[in-house]
Design a binder for this molecule. Structure first.
Ligand code: AMP
Ligand code: GLY
Length: 436
């Protein structure tokens, strides 16, 4: 069958690469894709905008695409799946109503409160003065969030009152995030370790993927401004068996059952961003899609056929899914353009990519473009995600960074500590063994 992936990031490159390996796949198209998907075997790009639903439907009909998978949140929140379904076309993702779990933080916080799903205490504001008055009554640190979609950048974890005040003013009267910031959520700060927990969901059924963890802050040690994600790894050791069971029982099932009850049954990838503290998980956010960059290390470890899996989900046959994961770990390092998440230069020629791929490493492209003379140039904030796969996280990290060191362009920037928490745990466990 022909398959269409919608999007242009590293997540979509990983999806296209994985789908192309399926015996069920004839050809994989990516709209609009990037230089990595243009060069991937069995994959080609289609010059269509992710939000041009009519054109995408036209393409799907013309090329007899039998399965469409949506990567990013924006078309999902705009209702692309509803449109495809009205046309009788098979698409993997949630309805517009279910996509509110990501599209509106205020909706999601109210939803969690209604259904006793563990999360941080919060209040929602549209008026600046009311928000500032509330801030006065709260302790620090405190978290200020723009209500709508802001590409992972609409969240400020403020450790001073000045920072919190500036964030509120910026969002409610400074128009920093446009419409997305006309309502803000002020939220209790949660401490602990974050993990990404992604499930395949159809109605009240769910199959969890392997756990993962991303690094949202720009700089080493998880310092600096929030970004879309500077690297990720799988599995996340903080999600042990007990935590896994607790998440399924107290977060995932209550969420999907309540969505179904409220008339917005979920279908697709449901991503719970969790803060885990002493074995107790609380929801920081929901996403209604796969994470980027989590997908890249996750799909490196997935041994099962992704196309077959998606079809089983769409047909409601989740009980037939038995996902197989490669043992060990994978670590994905995002190589970004210097300046991201602020403004950054574009158009740098990227060199050194030719001998980066092997059985244990893969470079997924995000903000790259193939020029007319077949050069690969940078064209976005997050440019590449370099993934290493190995028997343990320390070795996977080494493989990833060895590969990064071969790649260059004038304004390349990346963190040098992706996966450090898991590496630290591994070192601590090894030391214990030695002492024993
Ligand atoms: P979000 O877009 O809601 O996932 O927030 C982005 C990042 O901000 C999260 O991944 C956390 O690192 C941080 N964050 C968000 N909400 C909180 C919170 N209530 N407490 C602590 N950190 C938070
Ligand atoms: N890596 C976080 C996200 O995809 O939202």
């Amino acid at each position: 069958m022909n398959i269409l992936i919608i999007g242009s990031g590293g997540r979509e490159h990983a999806l296209a690469w994985k789908c192309a390996q399926s015996p069920l796949a004839t050809h994989v198209y990516v709209a609009p894709g990037n230089a990595g998907t243009a060069l991937e075997s069995g994959v080609s790009n289609v010059e269509l905008n992710t939000e041009d639903t009519d054109a995408l439907i036209g393409f799907v009909r013309q090329e007899s695409v039998a399965l469409t998978i949506v990567g990013p949140e924006v078309p999902l929140v705009a209702g692309i799946c509803d449109r495809f379904q009205q046309e009788g076309l098979r698409i993997f993702g949630p309805s517009q109503a279910a996509a509110q779990l990501e599209g509106s933080k205020a909706f999601t916080k109210d939803f969690m409160a209604r259904h006793n799903i563990p999360t941080a205490a919060y209040r929602t504001f549209e008026k600046e003065q009311e928000a500032l008055d509330y801030l006065d009554s709260q302790s620090l640190p405190i978290v200020i969030k723009a209500d709508g979609l802001a590409a992972g950048k609409g969240v400020v974890v403020a450790s001073t009152r000045e920072e919190a005040t500036a964030a509120i003013t910026d969002m409610l009267s400074g128009n920093r995030f446009g419409k997305a910031g006309h309502r803000v959520v002020i939220e209790e700060f949660l401490s602990g370790e974050e993990a990404s927990f992604i499930c395949l969901v159809q109605g009240r059924q769910a199959v969890p993927l392997a756990s993962s963890q991303d690094h949202k802050a720009r700089d080493n040690g998880d310092e600096g401004p929030n970004t879309g994600g500077m690297g990720a790894y799988s599995p996340a050791p903080v999600v042990d068996t007990a935590v896994h069971e607790h998440i399924m029982k107290d977060v995932i099932y209550p969420t999907i059952e309540a969505m179904d009850e409220e008339g917005a049954p979920f279908c697709g990838f449901l991503y719970a961003g969790l803060m885990i503290d002493q074995g107790k998980a609380r929801v920081v956010e929901f996403n209604v899609r796969l994470g980027d960059p989590e997908t890249q290390p996750l799909l490196m470890r997935l041994e099962s056929d992704l196309v077959d899996t998606c079809i089983k989900v769409l047909d409601g046959n989740l009980d037939e899914i038995d996902l197989q994961w490669r043992n060990g770990s994978s670590v994905g390092v995002v190589m970004a353009s210097r300046g991201y998440p602020g403004s950054y230069p574009k158009g740098d020629t990227i060199t050194g990519l030719s001998d980066c791929e092997s059985i244990d490493s893969k470079v997924f492209h995000a903000g790259t473009t193939l020029t007319e003379n077949n050069e690969i140039v940078s064209s976005g904030g997050r440019v590449l995600c370099v993934v290493g796969l190995a028997d343990n996280v320390k070795e996977a990290q080494r493989v990833a960074y060895r590969t990064c060191s071969k790649i260059n362009w004038p304004n390349a920037y990346y963190r040098s500590d992706i996966g450090y928490r898991a590496v630290r745990r591994q070192d601590a466990a090894n030391n214990k063994e030695e002492i024993a």
